[in-house]
Design a protein. Sequence first.
Lengths: 357, 346
Amino acid sequence: MPRKIIHQAVTERLEILDKDGRVDKTLLPDLSDDQLLTLYRMMIQMRKLDEKALNLQRQGRTGTYASLRGQEACQAGMALAMEPQDWLVPSFREHGIMTLRGIPAHLIYAFWKGDERGDLFPEGVNCLPPSIPVGSQLLHAAGVGMALKLRQAAAVAVGFAGDGASSEGDFHEALNFAGIFQTQTVFLIQNNQWAISVPFKRQTAADSIAQKAHAYGIQGIQVDGNDVLAVYAAAKEAVDRARSGGGPTLVEALTYRMENHTTADDAIRYRPAEELLYWRERDPIDRMRKFLVSRKLWNDKKEVALAEEAAAAIEAEVERLEAMPAPSPVEMFETMYAQMPWNLQEQRDEMAREVGR
Amino acid sequence: MTRQQAAASQQERSLRAVESPAERLTMVQAINQALKAEMERDETVLVLGEDVGRDGGVFRVTEGLLDAFGSERVMDTPLAESGIVGFSIGLAAAGFRPVAEIQFMGFLYPALNQLFAHAARMRNRSRGRTHLPMVVRMPYGGGIHPPEHHSESYEALLVNTPGLKVVVPSTPYDAKGLLASAIRDEDPVVFLEPKRIYRAFREEVPSEPYTVPIGKAKVVKTGTDLTIIAYGSMVRQALEAHDALARDGISAEVVDLRTLSPVDAGTIIESVTKTGRAVVVHEAPRTGGFGAEIVALINERALVHLKAPVERVAGYDVVFPHALLENHYLPNRERVVAAAKRALEF
């Protein structure tokens, strides 16, 4: 008996917009000028959100914060591909897309300040609270995607994780469940190449995360995660496929974490400085700006106006944050169960006496 | 079944005065009825786990469900405990009521992250906006002479996790009613099934759906000299001890906790206030076990009524022994009787 090949697979990488703002016209997604401008605006808004968050942390006005700088294209591209009824299942570096989906920035800041009310999202926004145990949320995205399928809803669940999460068992179990049950799920892995201090090559001996899709019988693709057009194109294809019953997709967006892991980290201890320079030249916002300018859709005047508008919007959110009354300590008992059991009632009353409420 | 238990069972039936038709069922059959009834009652109820579909579960608890409800509502999952619980969390967050089966409690560990880090926390984390009406049910405890990892009872881990409810029935009647309550509950409930008594005895179970409230213990024997507090399969040992003590003229009250979280402190304290002595029985290891919590509750709320230290009869602080030695590990009537006598002779 000869040896037979039982499986062969190829994994594609998609790039559309290069670092100098030039596009491959044959791959350019079908987007209106307004949509192109929306993608750019989204990225600027996220960067303002992020810069302000870092400032607030430095000033001691919020707590430990995980920056999303450098990953704006990943989140904007997916945001534009999603429909209002879709579900977001985020990890802890997805507050950019969370704001784009309708969660006000002051709630994001409240979360990073250590205020649980930051996770009390407005009605109508289908988003689970950020999950901190790495990779565990991908199973929820599979489960939500299954629920949508069972209900025959024209909606998808988008689960987010990073490169580190691809080493977790739950990554495997989530993709396996999604593949077997053909759930309406898209997995967006933002491979920012660093899991705190551990580089991507220590997460896997494989060339990519995208190729792992083959092992689960689902679609997989790698995109240039700093190319918002490529992210959008891959994301749109994936959400359309999931929505129409075509099964789940693993999208790996290869990007770079421009900041420390969190404000409690010091990346200089473990990251070569040249790497940062290399990626700074590939900034997702700069290249999109060059593209829009070349298309005569953008100019310095518009840039200044947008920067002012985004900054004013963020300042208003900071005001809303700081206008939030301090949380009442007894709140910690209120949402443990639908009905408060006797032991919590006793403990709440004990605390209420202590704090004089 | 002993004569005394038969008499007790007869007494229970008359107390219930159930009008509807009833059958004599094992706990396995009663749980199966509850699943069927709840799936009929509410189309958002789903069953998922390893071997729960075509096979009907390794203990046949889910037998017939696949044929009755189809593969979209009765899902044979891949062999992945974290996956089963994590997938259920997603289903529950998006509006379903999953009833997940973990094949044995000894295999729950891979799912603990999902259970502790997410299921227990989602309502609080989202400040009430997202809640998870889900049940994770599993056979637990020893007594069936299986290989390693099939006999564990780590309920204390679960009870020490705020956000979960933990329910342990000890009879077919309660199993059916408590599971119905668990499935209808708006929060995650871990439902521990004492597999040693899955088929150990039958009792009359009404055919139609009913609920037994979560959070309510039951006084299964009234007595005056001491209180034996037990749950799960240990209720049988407590009842046997009750009968043995009765032959010596000792009147023991037996409290079946039925729910461990939230525990029914009122019933425990009322009983111990009356009797002044207590023995707590569980098969989980002694140190840091749930018995310690019961002893602490009694000390906090009924110390002045105590005539003796509260006794604990528990599994030893050892790895659960394999088949040949498991009967030496598991608390039995003799150990409960001896503890009762220590309390009485103090």
